[in-house]
Design a protein around this ligand. Sequence first.
Ligand SMILES: *Cc1c(COP(=O)(O)O)cnc(C)c1O
Length: 383
Amino acid sequence: MSEKRIIFGAPSIGDEEIAEVVDSLRSGWIGTGPKVARFEQQFAAYKRAPHAIAVNSCTAALHLSLIAAGVGEGDEVITTPLTFCATVNAIIHAGARPVLADVDPRTMNIDPAQIVSKISPRTKAVLPVHFGGLPCDMDAIGEIAAKHDLKIIEDCAHAIESEHRGVPTGCIGDFGCFSFYPNKNITTGEGGIILARNPEDADRVRRLALHGMSKDAWKRFRDPKFRHYSVAEVGYKYNMTDLDAAIGLHQLPRIDGFWRRREEIWNAYNRAFADLPLVLPTREPQHVKHARHLYTVLVNSKRARIEREAFIEALDAKSIGTGIHYLCLAEQPAYQELFGWRPADYPHARRIGEQTVSLPASPALSDSDVSAVIAAVRETLAA
Ligand SMILES: *Cc1c(COP(=O)(O)O)cnc(C)c1O
């Protein structure tokens, strides 16, 4: 008996994406060109944002946003311990020190009261992550930022479709950073985008993304005429290419269909697991739209009578891939060495990190895949 493996976070790539990439290859425009410009316009329109700058990852988006926010040497940036390492790496690369504020155990998002307790004279910005696609408490975070004159950079890697009081995530703070990595809600292979509220910030980010060359340098990609460029500051090489944008141009129009499919899977899991000794995702409040990026359950070994690692291994043996989002960042040796972080200082993130399992919830799953996940989870807990 050979079962098909159910991959965690499988992308859904259609014929249009493939044809558009082939079109780019045949056209000779494989670097940054007209398709990147179109993708930026399309994404800005989808998010109702004034400015969008496409880059080659969300990590790059975070790095450039922090620099454009004025974050640098000697500054502190407050973020969550329950995130991907890229979030704090970007802060470190900007020259600043990441400061962790523990999460609300129910929402798994950064707790505003914890942010307040971590503010120092060096604090320059807060970097909330909309965990799993559930928007953070942006009312409270906005008030804190206004009171202490902090910039807000939203890590929207999980939150492309999310909204908070009708405002799209990424448009609430000063900057919004998105990821199009293969397992995110839409993909460009590798890619990211920055939404900036102010035109000056947008210009700065655009310049930094391409070696620090003046804005007109981007036009060189669309204009066959020779043009001089000037290097206005020392920048980075973070631009998106047309090959990536070609994929994104056909992923974005499919985003609502993907979302509805994940919503179906989400509801099917909620119904199927309601009687199990697992903690299921919290219900979102009325005033937000949830992007349904991650369906995470908590396996408390005493209640579930199975260790988290054994639960993952049992699903793996049934050909079901899972994810862990995330081990508390204070568990990671590099940061312990740099900053002396201790997991015990972030008890909620630590416990979630020990118990969490993300189940496959990609729109690429068939109904029989979803049934297979449900059966495997039920059998594992019954065993
Ligand atoms: C995926 C992810 C990132 C990094 O995205 P890349 O596009 O791979 O650089 C950053 N933050 C969070 C929360 C993520 O999930």
